[in-house]
Design a protein around this ligand. Structure first.
Ligand SMILES: Nc1nc2c(ncn2[C@@H]2O[C@H](COP(=O)(O)OP(=O)(O)O)[C@@H](O)[C@H]2O)c(=O)[nH]1
Ligand SMILES: [Mg+2]
Length: 270
């Protein structure tokens, strides 16, 4: 895992970068002190006259080492805990472009990520949500790999309802998102009214102002034509001119066209 703004942001939410820095500097202090004690006591040991005296010096040396280590016990615990949390983060390569798939729950994010991934996607936890995140890879051509991830629990409801920690976890995504695919379910199967879905879209648009957004109306295999038409109209009313696609993530219809545009946005002409 590389140390990048994305991970820095997340490390800050999870453990606190200041706390980590303080712990590390205390450990450095402990390290210097043990080195000094080691020098001091080896000099003493070299000068002693009897085995008994040497044993005494050794005991004193161990005693002092132990007390230094006790002083930094909390630091060891903290770093251990931080290591555990950080190692669970998804392994996103900051050098590779990343497509972030956003939508309310059950709209079809995971289905889309699975469909377009070249290999079996990796399932990772994201400590801010109870749901797993799916990270896939698309080999556009030999040696050109693009990452695609869904964002359960993150970009799936209005940002205004978020607490500080969730917002920071979302902010972290800004460091990695090259393009966002926002999916919409025009049927009433996912349980979210169109208005609500478009509110989430609007907030993501405002918040990720530097990231291009492509909108995909999903489930066209089961959606009524009038529902699709309604979704198109409402999206048009937002006046934001998103590239708009109709797809079925489950069946594959329209997915190639969508991905062609997304990859064009990321890589230029492909
Ligand atoms: N009919 C139909 N069902 C879909 C489509 N895409 C996803 N689904 C179904 O919708 C449900 C939620 O999909 P999922 O990918 O888990 O949604 P997520 O919560 O956004 O990741 C699942 O039962 C999928 O099989 C689609 O294009 N057509
Ligand atoms: Mg999912």
């Amino acid at each position: 895992m590389k140390y990048t703004p994305f991970y820095r942001e997340l490390a800050d939410v999870l453990v606190g970068v200041d706390r980590l820095k303080r712990s590390l500097s205390r450990l450095l202090w402990a390290l210097r002190l043990t080195e000094r004690l080691t020098r001091e006591y080896s000099m003493k040991a070299a000068k002693c006259f009897s085995a008994e005296e040497a044993r005494y010096i050794r005991r004193e040396y161990y005693g002092r080492l132990a007390s230094v280590l006790r002083e930094v016990d909390e630091e060891f615990k903290l770093l251990n805990e931080a290591g555990g949390l950080l190692s669970k983060l998804p392994d996103i390569d900051p050098e590779k472009p990343t497509i972030v798939v956003a939508a309310p729950p059950n709209v079809g994010k995971s289905t889309l990520v699975r469909r377009v991934s070249t290999a079996e996607p990796e399932i990772a936890s994201y400590p801010f949500t109870t749901k797993n995140l799916i990270l896939g890879h698309i080999e556009v051509r030999k040696g050109v790999i693009v990452q695609i991830m869904d964002t359960p629990g993150l970009l799936d409801r209005p940002l205004s309802e978020r607490n500080r920690i969730e917002l920071q976890a979302i902010t972290a995504l800004k460091h990695v998102a090259s393009v966002i695919i926002f999916m919409i379910d025009p049927t009433h199967h996912a349980g979210y009214p169109l208005k609500y879905q478009l509110r989430v879209l609007k907030e993501i648009t405002d918040s990720f102002s530097d990231v291009p957004i492509v909108v995909a109306i999903n489930k066209v295999d089961i959606a009524k034509p009038e529902d699709i038409e309604k979704a198109r109209e409402e999206i048009a009313k937002m006046g934001l001119e998103f590239p708009l696609f109709e797809i079925s993530a489950a069946r594959g219809d329209g997915v190639d066209k969508l991905m062609k545009e997304v990859l064009r946005l990321i890589l230029g002409s492909t």
